[in-house]
Design a protein around this ligand. Sequence first.
Ligand code: PLP
Length: 284
Amino acid sequence: RTVYVNGDYVPEDQAQVSVFDRGFLMADGVYEVVSVLGGKLIDFDGHMVRLKRSLAELSITNPLTDEAFLTAHRELLTRNAITDGLVYLQVTRGNPGDRDFVYPPADTPPTLIMFTQAKPGLADAPAAKTGWSVVSVEDLRWGRRDIKTVQLLYPSMAKMEARARGADDAWMVEDGHVTEGTSNNAYIVKNGTIITRQLSHDILHGITRAAVLRFAREAQMKVEERPFTITEAQEADEAFITSASSFVMPVVRIDDAPIGGGKVGPVATRLREIYLEESLKLGV
Ligand code: PLP
């Protein structure tokens, strides 16, 4: 693979970042993942808006203009011959030359790295027909989950716990209510109403979430943004998740309870179809 490091395109085994980079020492950095379908970057502008917000919240310098980010994305797709897959980008506060809790001077250049992941058939994931199973775990993350930081140890632990329990993912629970999945937003459907937690510091403001809720409302579906419990989810007609890499993915089991008889339901199926169709039209 050819990867991007601070303006250069280099073979992945030649890419270098300082051992003192605060991304490496302190998880002091943010990231974005944009999916690629048929060579098109899905909801690129949405991801750029969130990237700039994450950077601003942490006072990390934005290394590139949106236009330069787009050029770099396209260049990586071309060099790696990607038509279906993902582009990962990460901006960290950079390399102060030594380890220190105090931020380096504001003019310290941030570190920008980007790479691609090829995922042939990304939009035709067989799991979309059978659905995921999820387990509930306590949400032990920090209090600013709206900032897309590279501090992913707890979600990774939760994912491992899900795997150990034979499930596909974990839904995290705080004060009795579901926050979100390890790397996705969580939804249930009851009597035709789509229910998902409202935006706050407690969850990541999913770019796919925003698009799916917009498409749902345009299709005259009812949407309620509020917290829900695991019990309410287990008694729902349907459940699903959204993320840039999974789009809309049905959930058919939560802990020991099958949802909707353990079968993928019509609302999740329809939203997945609408999302894939509409977002392809909006891809750049
Ligand atoms: N929630 C968390 C914790 C995530 O890590 C992600 C994506 O990585 C999402 C939600 C979904 O966000 P998006 O739709 O922008 O991919």
